[in-house]
Ligand binder design. Sequence first.
Ligand SMILES: [Zn+2]
Length: 480
Amino acid sequence: MYRRNIKHILGPLAVLIAIFIFYQSWLKPQYFHETPAPPPQVISDEKSSASTGPVAPPPQPVVPEIKRSRTIDPVSIPVPRHSELLGAIHEELEKHNIALAEAKLQELPASILSESATKRHVAILWNNLGILQENNGGTEISVKAFKKAVALDPQNPVAHLNLAHAYWGLRDPALTEEFLRKVLTLSPDEPFPHVALADLLQEKDHLSEAGKHLAQAKERLKKDPGLQSYVKAVTAKVHRTEKVEEKFSTHNSVHFTVKYDGSEDPETWTAVLDILEEAYREIGQKFNFFPSKPIMVVLHTKNQFQGATGSPIWADGLFDPVLGRIQIPTQGAATDRAWLTRVLRHEFVHALIHEELGATGGAIPTWLNEGLAMQLASDSWQDVGNIPAGDNSLVPLAALEGSWENLPAEKVGVAYMEANAATHYLIERFGMHKVQEVLVHLKARQTIAAAMQDRLLLSYENFQHQWAESLGATVPSPKS
Ligand SMILES: [Zn+2]
């Protein structure tokens, strides 16, 4: 029998890499929260003096959810050699065989990476692997692939943009000014690097430079309504803040920067720094998380607080995640120390949670965010389980996950009490370590139900029932 020796003839490698478009959405959560217990002197209507309960969170001025698309343009780089190897990886990627493609990329012999054309090609493969991984398992997984792509091709604009997006999503400290300036150079028409750079500058309190980058981002925004409204809202906020704080003075402690109207009584800002440094040690240890960079605290005079921060007259303080700062109203020497301590500790916990969860922190249910703030700040006004007597039916936690701003006023006090009680039960029963594990899952954009099932081996529903039972209460079954 004659057998023709068929040589497998490979056609030229298809170097057109498929266009991957994917959307990454990230949230810049808005924690415009008051502290749970507004002091009687803030509101003097009969309702508030009758109850020490909390009041409704201020309306959220912006919901800057950004949806970004990243397109990889078809790239054509002639690859004279190794086409078989690379072509095989390309095929696996086309078939979405992520693990196999990654294994093959890892196994590529170092020798073939000595050619620059091949290196550039392999960088594209890593980049595209990253996109598949991102869609499949999230940014924490994809970031490594984008790093590889950037390392292999330090001039690839798309890979740099993708890595910048990934860093942003993870709030990775590798998203430095230097890195972003390089991304800007490589992709001069993209708005995103300007937005990210503005964000870094805002947090460093370089507001006027941040404003310039926001303006440049604006010029580059065309078909991106999500980013457009975010930039618009942030721009307004940056300009307002810059104006308000123009003549403010700053003082630093090790982990905090306090910024205040120059006429502020020195006793107040030293007290603020003392309280916060103590909170840093004590709460950081309890929560097992320490912020990586100094947190800014802005002291406003009582009269200016509302106008400066856009918060309602009754708000006691807030953590603003867009500018990354705690803002509180003070009254100079007349500032009540106990009140100051309570507000600062509460907002400090929000700042911690914000940093830990990063840009995706919107995923944390409000009841857990507020509950942790109350539990960790050791706020004394709440008696755990202090659910109104005679009312044994709790509001389901699922109804307390989103913004509380539309809750009817009479429900807000209950919401805080339930948040506090449920979080207390969670910590007592499972320990802070497990709570942290749940947060890690939330950070990876899992739902609270999935995170609980995974880390506590308990369904969200059962958690709720067992917690309600511990209070001698019930939770109505969800009507569907
Ligand atoms: Zn709060």
